[in-house]
Design a protein around this ligand. Structure first.
Ligand code: OSB
Ligand code: MG
Length: 382
């Protein structure tokens, strides 16, 4: 057996088994501060969690969908519906994870719902073997680079103080949200005050191709990239915009899997890709996409969705895979929540890196009392 086959034998051959208990939970955690983007402002994180219990082990998945369809078309409610009615019914005891994922292909789209269930099953498989997820996936641990995504602020001084805090905290790169109402002047001031930092801007699809000339004004500020300037499902028009800008473009919303990434790379729509495991249908597709990007010479990074500690842990484990060469949106827990539902929290070391947990599965402990405290709904499926 070749080494690569050995590494993934569990995926193809190991039966998922007759999982004893399956629950869907919705939690709502207040944010330390509202998170503003060009499409919505969120005051809390509402997340759908998948909880599996089997032979004394508890495994978790987190769906990255919001309760609203403002970032993506899926919502916590649509994901609940798809998981319950279309994904879980495909789960049979003798099946391998690869077999189940093959059955999921029949369900079109709904990547966030699929990812949440895949997350939980991977956590269970890893815990059964007593391995951390990165090891199950076949990757040695590594220190993860940190990055911060600063939401739209009320004033330029407020933004500057957030950037100052991030730089002092040791973050490897700073991303600032932009939109039609606050862009060039805001970026210009941040760049003037922080000439040396790795700085990028995320527009969450707020512009159209007619804004090319305006967006070209950002070229002088040495941004490492502009993320998703055009519509949330566009690939072609980004290729026209990229040809008119010096600054690299990065796609987020438009990329739902390797096929989209191939299209974007072939069309030269972007020079960087943001990989969110939830948006692309799960950790396995995210690993494949990072490999594809590496093979095509496209730097990739792990995005975030302001996840609770469960989703954050998954994003950290994922970044052991080759291809995640840039700092992503992986930040310390305390910038999102006063209290999270897992322990320990994510913290930066003295050099701004995040340690990869070595405990089995997602590598962090979910605290049941905290889940109860923030619980909105619990549904036992099995
Ligand atoms: O566009 O990357 C985005 C958060 C929610 C929805 C979309 C996005 C974001 C972020 C924050 O930028 C990432 C994070 O800190 O987890
Ligand atoms: Mg984004």
């Amino acid at each position: 057996m070749k080494k690569s086959e050995m590494l993934t034998a569990w995926l193809e051959k190991e039966p998922l088994g007759d999982i004893e208990k399956i629950e869907l939970l919705t939690v709502r955690l207040p944010f330390v501060a509202p998170f503003g983007t060009s499409v919505a402002t969120w005051n809390c994180k509402e997340a759908l969690l998948v909880r599996l219990e089997d032979k004394g082990l508890t495994a978790w998945g987190e769906c990255v969908a919001d309760p609203d369809p403002y970032y993506a078309s899926e919502t916590t409610t649509s994901a609940r519906h798809i998981i319950k009615e279309f994904l879980l019914p495909e789960l049979k005891p003798g099946q391998s994870l690869a077999g189940l994922l093959d059955r999921f292909r029949r369900v079109r789209g709904n990547e966030m719902a699929k990812a949440a269930l895949e997350n939980a099953l991977l956590d269970l498989l890893a815990k059964r073997r007593g391995q951390p997820l990165h090891e199950l996936l076949g990757f040695p641990p590594k220190r993860v680079m940190s990055g911060i995504s600063i939401g739209l602020q009320e004033s330029i001084p407020a933004l500057l103080s957030k950037v100052e805090e991030a730089v002092a905290g040791g973050y490897h790169r700073v991303k600032m949200k932009i939109g039609r109402q606050q862009d060039v002047d805001w970026v210009k001031t941040v760049r003037e005050c922080f000439p040396g930092i790795a700085l990028m801007a995320d527009a969450n699809g707020d512009y159209s191709l007619a804004d090319s000339g305006h967006l070209a004004r950002l070229d002088e500020f040495k941004l490492t990239m502009i993320e998703q300037p055009l519509s949330y499902h566009d690939i072609y028009q980004h290729s026209l915009l990229q040809a008119r800008l010096k600054t690299p473009l990065c796609l987020d919303e438009s990329i739902h899997g390797c096929d989209d990434a191939e299209a974007a790379i072939a069309l030269k729509s972007c020079r960087v890709i943001n990989i969110k495991q939830g948006r692309v249908g799960g950790l396995l597709e995210a690993v494949r996409m990072a490999g594809l990007c590496a093979a095509r010479g496209i730097p990739a990074w792990s995005g975030g969705m302001d996840e609770t500690g469960i989703g954050r842990a998954l994003n950290i484990q994922l970044q052991a895979a080759p291809g995640f060469v840039l700092p992503g949106d992986t930040s310390e827990t305390r910038r999102y929540f006063h209290e999270d539902i897992v322990e320990p929290p994510v913290v930066l070391d003295g050099e701004g890196f995040i340690a990869m947990p070595s405990a089995p599965g997602i590598g962090v402990e979910v605290i049941p009392e905290r889940v109860e405290k923030y619980l909105l709904a619990r549904e036992r499926i099995k």
